[in-house]
Design a binder for this molecule. Structure first.
Ligand code: G3I
Length: 340
């Protein structure tokens, strides 16, 4: 009898904290999300909204301890003309991070998208152009940005390198060049590779791990991998994401769930989720946070939400975030705080 009681208690304990298919997330207090987790919880931010939208600003200050510039630190924003830098938005976000004591993650130095008009037709020395861009931006913020998405979305779904301007003009070594330039500009910074679908596509993840372990073996500093985690209400199974995260961690890299949102694929007309859809979304968020919390603490870089409210999301009408269009917290917000 005594053994039966012990076994029952152990089974009950084993189920603690893990979201169940029927778990309901109701209201919760408004203490910060990150006070309920053992890892940083960040958010993608926009400088203009921080300056002009008090609800947006207050949620960022109160709920998150890490920031990522959603667009401000990208090539088109920072260097709109060759050698001419615009630091207006980046300086604002950097000063905001300093003022409120937030970690600031740089996104992103080298990407095939959001390039300024002058880059595609550039006829000068591409190696110098890349080095100058990285050196200027990483160097300017070395006091406040201690981690960077050095390269973003450089792989195809089959694990081969994506054909981009960078590959065309610099060859397959451009990724190594970018990491070396970022390290030279800020030797203390943690340097990441960032991509989507790594959470469910093992072929893509293996291609990424293959290259990054080769770079690391060659003495290039590569510290972590950003799994963007743009997921939907039903896909992928979070166990796939957990397994991928563990594989990255076991390869010795930090793991950043770098752009988390849960797209509910709302029909265009609707601006609200039903109660069941709210709970479905909350359970997805709880499963993601639970899976992430099971990584070794030494490998946890944190989870970053890709926006503050549904009104701010890049996914138009996807209603994917923790706060609704009126900046009211959703059950998904409480689900992220259910770890402790
Ligand atoms: O800055 C211009 C503004 O001057 C103009 O008036 C306005 C209307 O055309 O567009 C503004 O640029 C927009 C930019 O965001 C800044 O707001 C672009 O049109 C818009 O396409 C761009 O979208 C961003 C998208 O990256 C571009 O690919 C999203 O906000 C941003 O959330 C999204 O983030 C990416 C990550 O960086 C990488 N991973 C995927 C993720 C989602 O695409």
């Amino acid at each position: 009898m005594k053994n039966t009681i012990i076994i029952c208690c152990l089974l009950l304990l084993a189920g603690c904290g893990k979201p169940t298919a029927t778990q309901v997330y109701t209201t919760c207090d408004m203490t910060s999300i990150y006070s309920h987790t053992s890892f940083p919880v960040g958010v993608a931010v926009d400088a203009y909204k921080l300056q002009t939208n008090d609800q947006y600003r207050n949620i960022v200050i109160a709920q998150f301890n890490s920031l990522t510039g959603e667009n401000a630190f990208k090539f088109e924003s920072v260097e709109p003309a060759e050698g001419q830098y615009n630091w207006t938005e980046t300086d604002y976000i950097a000063d905001f991070a300093r003022q409120y004591g937030k970690r600031l993650h740089g996104h992103t130095l080298v990407w095939h998208s959001q390039l300024p008009d002058w880059v595609p037709g550039y006829t000068g020395d591409w190696r110098s152009m890349l080095r100058d861009h990285i050196t200027q931006e990483v160097g300017r913020y070395k006091d406040v940005i201690h981690s960077w998405d050095v390269v973003n979305e450089a792989f195809n779904e089959d694990g081969t390198l994506r054909s981009t301007l960078w590959l065309t003009h610099l060859g397959t070594g451009y990724i190594q060049m970018a990491f070396e330039d970022a390290h030279a500009a800020n030797p203390q910074a943690k340097l990441f590779y960032n991509d989507y679908n790594l959470e469910w596509n093992p072929q893509k993840l293996d291609g990424v791990l293959r290259l990054l372990t080769q770079l690391r073996a060659a003495g290039v500093q590569v510290d972590g991998i950003g799994m963007q985690m743009h997921i939907s209400s039903s896909y992928p199974d979070i166990s796939l994401a957990g397994d991928a995260a563990k594989k990255i961690a076991n390869t010795g890299f930090l793991v950043h769930f770098s752009e988390l949102d849960v797209n509910m694929k709302e029909p265009d007309s609707r601006t609200l989720l039903s109660a069941d859809e709210q709970q479905q979304q909350a359970r997805r968020y709880a499963a993601v946070f639970t899976a992430y919390s099971q990584l070794s603490p030494a490998q946890q870089f944190g989870i970053t939400l890709w926006g503050v409210s549904d009104a701010d999301s890049w996914i138009v009408r996807g209603l994917p975030l923790l706060f609704d269009n009126n900046y009211t917290s959703k059950p998904a917000y409480c689900a992220c705080k259910s770890l402790k």
